[in-house]
Design a protein around this ligand. Structure first.
Ligand SMILES: [Zn+2]
Ligand SMILES: [Zn+2]
Ligand SMILES: [Zn+2]
Ligand SMILES: [Zn+2]
Length: 189
């Protein structure tokens, strides 16, 4: 179900299993009200036609999806997975999918999924994350991830990647400008 691109091949702890697709949590999201976890694509699809948690029927909405706790991300990193996009087999944390390559010039980083790529670009290339567009919430804590969550999932992936690619072009110019500035400084000394 959804747009997941990998499946678990090894043992799967029930706590790391999505109740909708029965596979390991893919881009996990937490429901604010009850704290249950699901794959992003699974829970977004469910909440388009339901207003409750699939497990305990606690009231839920697309706006109430939260980022996963670090511990969950770390535990998911230990899962043995197989990727259908790049034929990778091994620990999820070692998965570097060419499908989620960093758009920054010369970087070479590949993420395991969109979440992973965004965590990288936010940390390594802050210039790729300019001021949020007028449609995003203005508060600083809402990252590009939260912005993506407010939109249809297929559209958001494309929008997001287009945005990152566009920002990369800008950032490329910025880095180049800086490098040139540094060079001319050196020449003057
Ligand atoms: Zn799922
Ligand atoms: Zn629940
Ligand atoms: Zn892959
Ligand atoms: Zn990068």
């Amino acid at each position: 179900m959804g747009d997941r691109h990998w499946t678990v091949t090894g043992p799967l702890d029930a706590n790391l299993q999505c109740a909708v697709c029965s596979d390991g949590l893919d881009e996990p999201r937490k429901l604010a009200g009850c704290g249950h976890y699901f794959c992003r694509s699974c829970i977004e699809a469910w909440l388009r036609t339901n207003a409750t948690c699939p497990i305990d029927r606690h009231p839920a909405s697309l706006g109430g999806l939260e980022q996963p706790d670090r511990l969950v991300v770390a535990m998911l990193g230990d899962l043995r997975i197989a990727c259908s996009l790049c034929d990778f087999r091994g620990a999820q944390s070692a998965h570097q999918c060419p499908q989620f390559a960093c758009p920054a010039p010369g970087c070479g980083f590949c993420g395991a999924d969109n979440d992973h790529l965004l965590r990288h670009t936010e940390r390594a290339h802050p210039a790729l994350h300019p001021a949020p567009s007028p449609r995003a919430r203005p508060d600083k804590s809402s990252s590009q991830l939260a912005y993506a969550d407010q939109h249809d999932d297929h559209a958001s992936d494309n929008l997001l990647l287009a945005g990152v690619a566009f920002a990369a072009t800008l950032a490329g110019g910025f880095f180049l400008g800086k490098a040139l500035a540094n060079n001319s400084k050196k020449e003057r000394q």
